[in-house]
Design a protein around this ligand. Structure first.
Ligand code: BES
Ligand code: MN
Length: 455
């Protein structure tokens, strides 16, 4: 084991240079013009895995390819098998003008490596690859068999990975899935995440006049779809921050005393959070802490709002339509299909007759919750403690990784969520970065993890 740790220590500069290569691919899964960049990124990753000493292949799908890389197996291996999951696709980098330097030209400033996809998720999955490299290159026997599954569609819903899991059930069957695609509060508080929120996505469009109208000639005699949409959406939330849709909270469980106690160890104060996020005041459901509000409580969010003239100067029109992109984050026990139905029914009931409502359904996923007391979870906590030299915390996270539910349903495996991101990493925002201490300690955590899981 010492050889592994020494290898990691000695090779950090090269690892960072390699991570920069990985980050140069504009693997934006949402944008069709980047299809080739995703394929090139997958091929680079496969070649890299082969150089490390893994058996790796690109698996084509109906969408972006999946990279599968495995440690070489002894015939009839009886070693336990673990899967490491990650994604090489990234969120769109726009708005580009807010980046200090271009998103796909990695830039190192102190210990921070800036690039789209650095923390979400290339840097995090690369940490695990480097840990395995250290085992393989030092000839240190791994106590388990490993399969890396690194997909290219996480940021757009993982539809084809789910098909792939079903088709490769027996090859991928494993004792647990290790996922580093979440966060930790700071370097002194490495974290095991035991819950994620679920999600439903949809778009609502209010159609008004058959075409944009002159607002002087006709305005006043027809409803304005943008105004109608604003009024409809404004009714969704009350002044105390609660969603006013009957039934929305029906299946929501209150946090337990145990969770509230663990939450109190969370080291970020409300004042720090307010500063980090640049808001004049925090806002959320009365009676819940910000930690609870953003992880254990459901939400209704407007992600995008569009209508009328968006160019320079003014244009006097009544727009023909107005549209909102919406997602609701869900918590354990809330069923996505049910919440989708009550929300859509409520919107229909509350839409005025002066506009026509159209709803387009998007993706959906259940929340995730797993016991932090299981043997694999305890092993993960020990690995975190050794690597970061601090007592780890247990937390819930507000983001979603829909595929973890399918790991459970299809492969029967729980996921260990061992995030290496920091709150100021700017995931999904301009100037995304990854901290190199997280990178290095993450590699050490991964190296220890395989020992702890098989102890
Ligand atoms: N890595 C995130 C998920 C995440 C981030 C979980 C931080 C917990 C803490 C992932 O890449 C992501 O952004 N997922 C999407 C899923 C959606 C597109 C279905 C999300 O949460 O918005
Ligand atoms: Mn993401």
């Amino acid at each position: 084991m010492q050889a592994v740790l020494d290898y990691l220590k000695q090779n950090q500069p090269r690892f960072v240079a390699e991570l920069c290569e990985y980050l140069r691919f504009a693997s934006v899964s949402a944008q069709p013009q980047h299809k080739k960049d995703l394929l090139a990124c997958a091929e680079w990753l496969v070649a890299h895995c082969q150089n490390i000493g893994l058996d790796a292949r690109v698996c084509a799908t109906a969408g972006h390819p999946i990279v599968v890389a495995k440690t070489k197996r002894a015939k009839n291996s009886t070693k336990p098998h673990y899967m490491v999951y990650g994604h090489y696709d990234v969120q769109p980098p726009e708005p580009l003008e807010l980046w200090t330097t271009p998103p796909f030209e990695p830039r190192l400033e102190g210990r921070n490596l800036f690039a789209r996809g650095s923390t979400d998720n290339k840097g995090q999955n690369f940490a695990h690859l480097k840990a395995v490299e250290a085992y393989l290159k030092t000839g240190t026997p791994l106590p388990c068999d490993l399969t890396f599954v690194i997909e290219g569609e996480e940021e757009v819903g993982s539809k084809n990975l789910s098909v792939f899991l079903k088709e490769n059930r027996s090859e991928l069957a494993c004792a647990a899935v290790v996922v580093s695609d979440t966060g930790m509060p700071d370097l002194a508080h490495p974290a095991l995440t035991y819950a994620l929120r679920g999600i439903i996505a949809f778009e609502i469009t209010l159609h008004g006049p058959a075409r944009d109208l002159h607002s002087g000639i006709f305005g006043g005699a027809v409803d304005n779809p943008a105004m109608a949409l604003a009024q409809l959406l404004a009714k969704v939330r009350d002044a105390r921050g609660f969603i006013d849709i009957p039934g929305f909270y029906e299946d929501v469980d209150a946090p337990s005393d145990y969770e509230r106690a663990e939450n109190r160890r969370f080291p970020i104060t409300d004042a720090q959070l307010k500063k980090l996020l640049g808001v004049p005041e925090l806002f959320g459901e009365h009676g819940f802490t910000p930690t609870e509000q953003r992880s254990a409580r459901p939400t209704f969010e407007i992600n995008g709002l569009t209508s009328g003239y968006q160019g320079e100067g003014s244009k006097t029109i009544v727009p023909a339509w107005a549209r909102a992109k919406i997602t609701c984050r869900l918590v354990p026990n809330q069923k996505p299909a049910h919440i989708r139905k009550i929300v859509c029914d409520w919107l229909k009931e509350n839409c005025p007759p002066t506009v026509r409502l159209e709803i387009t359904a998007g993706h959906g996923a259940e929340a995730y919750l797993v016991s932090p007391r299981s043997a694999p979870a305890q092993a993960a906590l020990r690995a975190l403690k050794t690597a970061f030299n601090c007592r780890p915390i247990l937390m819930r996270e507000g983001g979603s990784i829909p595929i973890v539910n399918e790991f459970k349903q299809i492969l029967g495996a729980d996921s260990l969520l061992l995030g290496l991101g920091l709150p100021d990493d700017n995931a999904h925002s301009p100037n995304e970065k990854f901290n190199l201490d997280c990178f290095e300690k993450g590699q050490r955590m991964s190296a220890h993890l395989w020992q702890e899981l098989t102890r």
